[in-house]
Design a protein around this ligand. Structure first.
Ligand code: NAP
Length: 292
């Protein structure tokens, strides 16, 4: 494990502390050539951890990631997600969804597979049993959940433990404009249970950046980010990502990107060291946190 890698809990799988979110791969624009370059850039800068899901672009994101990974040829850590849609009730449906995901990605196994959300007639426990079976079958390396609260995390971990499988990760929304994991117990639970917190929308869709028109009512945060960015000769987005990584060693962030330059810029956060004073100034300036 290199200095910029972090473990997915006790799963034995490690990933770069920053990955690449692909929920807009491929919605037609950008084209595959640019996505290939984006994945190659991620591997060049040590961010070869791609986050996709079967529902992104109705499978087109997984297809685009698979094509880009095959085109590049270097090893890349891949994560995808099972959506427990209302008509999905059986572990056979889980298995066939996973098989279709693997086919689209052109892989025999996935490094990490998540339950995309907990809302399901069958509950988290049914899908965790299916996860444990998929690990036993060698189709996935680690089992995760997403958008789950603390009670759902504990249920998932308990069910997996019956099969000797640790819960690897909970993927939840977490950024300086959405700090709910700090107040709803999820970050504390990740620490206590040794589960990775995979931060999605870590840039709040770009809104944490200074001057963004989407940035609502956070002038103090923008000022604090700008001050640190100027002192460190980096950008405000790089500071925002570095802040998340410094917040806790269980945090791993997956900023979405469809451009190689954005990936290269984000990678600076892997080595950017914020002082305790800089961290605290941004902490104080950050927006009030909702509990959900
Ligand atoms: N589990 C879930 O329910 C869930 C829900 C939402 C998202 N996610 C995952 O989380 C990932 C990230 O979330 P997100 O993509 O919605 O939001 P995000 O990461 O907060 O922001 C992505 C946006 O920031 C831009 N960006 C990235 N790096 C930049 C840079 N260096 N400079 C300027 N702009 C930059 C991207 O532009 P370009 O596209 O132009 O590069 C894109 O518009 C998704 O891709 C997905 O994999 C999971």
């Amino acid at each position: 494990m290199s200095g910029t890698e972090r473990p997915l809990g006790r799963s034995g799988v490690s990933v770069p502390a920053l990955g690449v979110g692909t929920n807009r791969w491929n919605t037609g624009e950008p084209g595959q050539a640019r996505l290939n370059e984006t994945l190659a850039a991620a591997l060049d800068v040590g961010m070869g951890f791609l986050d996709t899901a079967e529902v992104y672009g109705f499978g087109r994101s997984e297809l685009a990631v698979g094509v880009a990974a095959q085109q590049d040829g270097r090893p890349v850590v891949l994560a995808s997600k099972f959506a427990p849609l209302p008509a999905r009730l059986t572990t056979a449906q889980f298995e066939s969804a996973l098989d279709r995901t693997l086919k689209r990605l052109g892989r025999e196994s996935l490094d990490l597979y998540y339950l995309h959300f907990p809302y399901s007639l069958r509950g988290v426990d049914t899908w965790m049993k299916a996860m444990a079976k998929a690990i036993e079958a060698g189709k996935i390396g680690a089992a995760g959940i997403s958008n789950c609260n603390v009670a759902q995390m504990r249920t998932a971990a308990d069910v997996l433990a019956r099969y000797g499988v640790p819960l690897a990760a909970n993927q939840v929304q977490y950024s300086l404009l959405h700090r709910a994991p700090e107040t709803n117990g999820v970050l504390d639970a990740c620490r206590q249970m040794d589960v990775a917190l995979i931060a999605y929308r870590p840039l709040a869709g770009g809104a944490v950046s200074a001057g963004s028109r989407k940035n609502k009512g956070s002038a103090a945060l923008v000022d604090a980010l700008q001050e640190v960015a100027a002192a460190q000769d980096v950008t405000t987005l790089q500071v925002a990502l570095a802040w998340l990584l410094k917040r806790d060693e269980h945090v791993i962030a997956i900023p979405g990107a469809t451009k190689p330059d954005h990936v290269r810029q984000n990678s600076r956060a892997l080595t950017l060291e914020l002082s305790d004073e800089e961290f605290a100034a941004i902490d104080r300036a950050s927006t009030p946190t909702p509990t959900r």
